[in-house]
Structures are given as C-alpha cells and as structure tokens.
Design a protein around this ligand. Structure first.
Ligand SMILES: [Zn+2]
Length: 322
C-alpha cells in the first residue's frame, strides 16, 4: 500500500513538473515573438542596415561592397555573425548584387515573399533579411542564385576562422543551448529538431511525440579556438546521459540523448569519448547518428534563457573530464 502511495506521489510530482513547464513554454510564445528584434545578443545596426535587414528593403544594384569582391573566406550575417556563404560558392551574375549558388548547410531559410511571386531568403539564426533566391536561370551547375544584399553581410578572410558544425541532443534545447553557448569558440547556436521523419516540424508536433525528432542544438564553432572533442566532453558534462528518453522532469523520446555527427572524424571522436565514459563505469544512453536535416525551432525557443533572464531548470554543469 505504501509503495502505491509513494508511486502516486512521484507520478504526481513528475506530471505537475511537466505540465507547469509546458504552460510556461506556451506562455512565452507571445512575449518572445514580440521581443525578437530586440535580442541583446545581436549586433547594433545602423538605420541604413535596419532598412534592409529588418524592414526587408533592397539596396541599389552595383552599390554594395561585396558585388565585386573576390577574396577567399566566409560571408557572415551582419546581425548575428552566423556564417552564411563561402567565397567558393560566389559567382558573377552581372545582376548587381553578390550572387551565390549555394549556402552553408542550414544557414539560410527560404520563405515565400509577401509579393506572392519571389522566394525570400533570411538568416536561419536571427531571421535577418538577406535577399531572394532564383532557380533555373542556368548561371551555374547548381542552377540557383542567392541574390544577397551586401549590407546584410560581413566578410571574414579564410585564414582567420575555421568553421565547423556540431549537433547535440540532450533534453530540453533551452538548457543545452544556454550551457554550450558560453564555451569559447562558439560562433552561433540554433535550437531545433532533428533525427526524425516529419518535414517542417512544429514544437507542438515534436512534443506530441509522433515526429521521431529530438530537441537538439546546432552549433557553429571556430575549430581553431575549440575542438570538437572539447565540445563533446562539455556536452556530456551538462546533461544526464544515462537517462533513456528523458531528462527529468522532461519525459519523451524528444528529450533523448544523441550526438548527430557531421563526418567520420566526428563519429570517431564521439565514440572515443563514450568509451572513456564506459571505462569510468557510466552507463551511456547516448546514441550516435549521422546528421541529417536540422529544422530550426520557432523564434521564441532561440536563446531562451538569455532572452528571458531565467536559468536552466534541469541542466547543470558537472565536471567529469580532466
Ligand atoms: Zn543572422
């Protein structure tokens, strides 16, 4: 009898925790959306930059500083510093704006333009307006033209930064993003969904648990400043990787622990760290999976704790590695 009572109390506490958190997340939808353009992590913009990046304007053709620009390096978002385009994908289109036939994977979001005809491109990380994308013009083999305003970009020469991507899932993405973001060498982070089969998943769909997706964080880092191995170690130190399909009090497959590796080198590094943990007698529940499409979460989930001034409820740093 006592056991049943204890079980009921435990379940009640767990469910109450979940429900409270869920309604907490739902309530923030409205306030966070309203405050998006005031995100304190973004660079200050001049009125001229605001006109293009926030108000979705277009600069005059042949006036931007990157139209005739041919250095090797990376073009990053003026507003949030996320790497968007590589110089290797830039080509001469003669249209008067910088033209690229590809973006850095996951960096650019395509949305229908308000004019009902064109497709707008925005930075996946901050939503800043970049320009438009045109298909089937035959300029290059990829047959795509990202027509980008120079003013939406900054340029980093190739010898100063080495960009790499990492994707981790370890429970609620708010906490993982918050704790990873403060590491050295992090250029940008995005909360999102991956590992499942539903295209364009919403938070509600992922919560309902029938998308196969995990809440995850995509990180772009400078591997000259922080190695992938250091990030994997940090990932294991900020969540409980022994729990299966939960990070208490969050329960469900979307809260599973999983590393989505980008290449074989990352896979080997992650395997090596997991074997070190196993030697330390940890029962590691973390899955290793090849990275697939990463879907950015809704705006109000991005940098949640930094924007709300709250602190993570179920992720804390715990030192494991020397
Ligand atoms: Zn951006």
């Amino acid at each position: 009898m006592n056991r049943i009572y204890i079980l009921i109390i435990v379940l009640t506490v767990s469910f109450t925790g979940c429900l409270k958190l869920k309604s907490d997340k739902e309530n923030t939808t409205i306030t966070q959306k309203e405050n998006l353009s005031d995100n304190m992590n973004y660079n200050d913009l001049t009125p001229e930059e605001k006109k293009i990046i926030i108000d979705k304007g277009t600069e005059f053709p042949f006036t931007g500083k990157y139209v005739d620009h041919h250095e090797n390096g990376t073009y990053i978002c003026k507003r949030c510093n996320a790497p968007l385009y590589k110089s290797a994908d830039k080509f001469e289109s003669g249209c008067g704006w910088p033209s690229f036939d590809d973006e850095i994977p996951g960096a650019v979001k395509k949305i229908p333009d308000k004019d009902g005809i064109r497709t707008e491109i925005v930075c996946s990380y901050c939503g800043g307006h970049l320009g438009h994308i045109f298909l089937g013009e035959g300029f290059t083999e990829k047959n795509k033209r990202h027509c980008v305003n120079s003013i939406s970009l900054n340029f980093i020469p190739s010898d100063s930064v080495q960009y790499e991507t990492a994707i981790f899932a370890g429970g609620c993405f708010w906490g993982i993003e918050y704790l990873l973001k403060n590491s050295k060498g992090i250029i940008s982070t995005t909360a999102g969904y991956t590992g499942g089969y539903k295209e364009n998943p919403t938070y509600e769909e992922v919560c309902a648990g029938y998308t196969g997706h995990a809440e995850a964080v995509q990180i772009i880092f400078d591997s000259k400043k922080v190695t992938y191995e250091e990030l994997v170690k940090l990932f294991f130190e900020i969540h409980d990787f022994t729990q299966i399909n939960r990070q208490d009090p969050d329960i469900g497959e979307q809260y599973r622990t999983e590393i989505f590796y980008i290449n074989d080198e990352q896979r080997k590094t992650a395997e090596n760290i997991i074997s070190i943990l196993t030697e330390k007698n940890y029962k590691v529940a973390t899955k290793l999976t090849e990275a697939n499409k990463f879907w950015s979460a809704e705006d109000y989930h991005q940098d949640y704790y930094a924007n709300t001034g709250k602190k993570p409820y179920c992720h804390i740093y715990k030192k494991i590695f020397d």
